[in-house]
Ligand binder design. Structure first.
Ligand code: BGP
Length: 485
């Protein structure tokens, strides 16, 4: 396919990370414990465990990250060498409010990020900052029961006020919650919601969850949506220059067959797993699908009268989302739509990564068009990448042709979407540098342009090495997406 459309000038090329996965220094600089600090290493066959106390018997990889807390200057220098125009990172909530409900913020944490943002600006890299990315202070989980408790809205707003005030002028592009749709109601329930599961496992959606459990998760999500809307409004009040976006886990669903029932199942999954939260954040109200879904799953949530106004007043300026893979949906025999798992059915036409995630660049173009048609808001792809096993050769080179191929094909599809007329403003692949996997806690599931010499258990020098993809991406950015070879 020939693509003549060019990327617009000022397109935000960059890379992405999250604090809990890259910083390490989990108990330094006055930081409190987060949810992920309590999660052990797992692997693709074994879910991570959540331990109530830090148990020396286990390895806790996010406590180490890739040591970016101490090495941020070196990392940002390398990102600048690649030509990054933006760096998507997150602030660790527990570095600013160690317990989440502290009277005053932790100055050391505030100053750390100030220096980091100044360093980005020194290299003309604009920070794109997620306010919370799987980093709820552990104390909020234990003392308040996480986002299921409405009080947490005030705690978050206090945190948001501190960020907007302290970093006014330094940060202008904000994302409120990482993968708000996915993190709360499915992925382990814990990492975003802070609602501790009884079995203390970080697992995906539990299809056997009781209606009480489901209600709790959707109640937590409602509170997050209200908090996000309030934060958007506050951010605009503190600095009208702020651009504040939502961040969704992007799900592309195809009908498994052309059977009308399967088409309806795919429509259902698109509505629930993409638009449930997005409609609230972009249109300021729940979609008409939500009510049917609540009834169907016996979900009962409390929505206060004032919430309707808050949601309307706090819609976002742009949409950001992650995109890794697509899935298929099929009707189940005893109902008129798919059972609602968001880890759908494999697509027989697609190959998968070593972790079984379907590789589907065209699914990204499809999703960009779907989102733009529905909301007509600027779109930023803030995560996209391939997790793979990689080795450093004796000459310190790292040959990651699989990453180059993966990203190239996705960039071609972004170009195609631009040609379709979609307003795409940026692309920050996951991850800027090798970091700890959020799902499994492995270091060996590598995503970065930069190799970090570390294993799953903290062995290694933590030295940085440029992979082949580093040089390739440097050329891509220098040519504004024209040179993809
Ligand atoms: C997204 C998360 C990221 C990141 C990515 C890759 O869902 O926002 O934090 O980790 O997925 O997933 P994993 O690390 O499990 O391979």
């Amino acid at each position: 396919m020939t693509q003549t459309m060019k990327f617009p000038d000022g397109f935000l090329w960059g890379g992405a990370v999250a604090a809990t996965q890259c910083e390490g220094a989990w108990n330094e600089g006055g930081k409190g414990e987060t949810v992920l600090d309590h999660c052990t290493t797992g692997d693709k066959d074994h879910p991570r465990l959540i331990t109530d106390v830090i148990d020396p018997e286990y390895s806790y990889p996010t406590q180490r990250g890739c040591r970016q807390y101490e090495k941020y200057e070196e990392d940002i220098r390398l990102f600048a060498e690649m030509g990054f125009r933006t760096y998507r990172l997150s602030i660790n909530w527990a570095r600013i409010y160690p317990n989440g409900d502290d009277e005053v913020p932790n100055r050391e944490g505030i100053e750390h990020y100030r220096k980091l943002f100044e360093c980005c600006r020194k290299y003309s890299i604009e920070p794109t900052v997620t306010m919370t990315h799987y980093d709820m202070p552990w104390n909020i989980c234990v003392k308040y029961g996480g986002w299921a408790n409405r009080t947490v809205i005030d705690l978050f707003l206090n945190y948001a006020r501190t960020l907007f005030s302290e970093y006014k002028g330094l940060v202008r592009r904000w994302l409120t919650f990482n993968e708000i749709n996915f993190g709360t109601v499915t992925y382990g329930q814990i990492v975003t919601s802070g609602v501790l599961p009884e079995n203390r496992r970080v697992v995906m959606d539990d299809p056997n969850a009781s209606s009480e459990e489901r209600s709790l998760r959707f109640q937590a999500l409602h509170h997050e949506l209200v908090a996000s809307a309030l934060a958007v409004k506050l951010g605009h009040e503190i600095d009208p220059e702020n651009q504040i976006g939502c961040m969704q886990c992007g799900f592309t669903y195809y009908p498994l067959t052309s059977k009308p029932e399967d088409v309806l199942a795919a429509q259902h999954d698109m509505e629930i797993w993409n638009y449930y939260a997005m409609d609230v954040q972009c249109k300021g109200k729940y979609s008409y699908w939500a009510k049917r879904f609540w009834d169907e799953h016996e979900i009962s949530i409390k929505i206060k009268e004032e919430d309707h106004r808050i949601l309307k007043e706090g819609t976002v300026d742009f949409i950001s989302f992650s995109y890794y893979k697509s899935d298929c949906s099929a009707a189940i025999s005893d109902g008129d739509y798919n059972s609602g798992t968001n880890f759908g059915i494999p697509n027989p036409y697609l190959k998968s990564t070593e972790w079984g995630w379907a590789i589907d660049p065209q699914g990204l173009r499809y999703l960009l068009n779907e989102y733009y048609a529905r909301y007509e808001l600027p779109l930023m792809i803030v995560e996209n990448g391939i997790g793979a096993y990689e080795n450093k050769e004796n000459d310190d080179s790292i040959h990651d042709q699989h990453r180059i191929d993966f990203l190239r094909e996705h960039i071609v599809q972004i170009k195609a979407a631009l040609k379709d007329g979609v307003d795409v403003i940026g692309y920050t692949p996951w991850s800027a540098i090798d970091i700890v996997s959020a799902g499994t806690g492995e270091m060996k599931k590598r995503y970065g342009f930069i190799y970090v010499d570390a294993d799953d258990f903290g062995n290694g020098s933590y030295e940085r090495y440029r992979k082949d993809s580093f040089y390739w991406y440097q050329r891509v950015i220098a040519s504004n997406g024209e040179d993809l070879d």
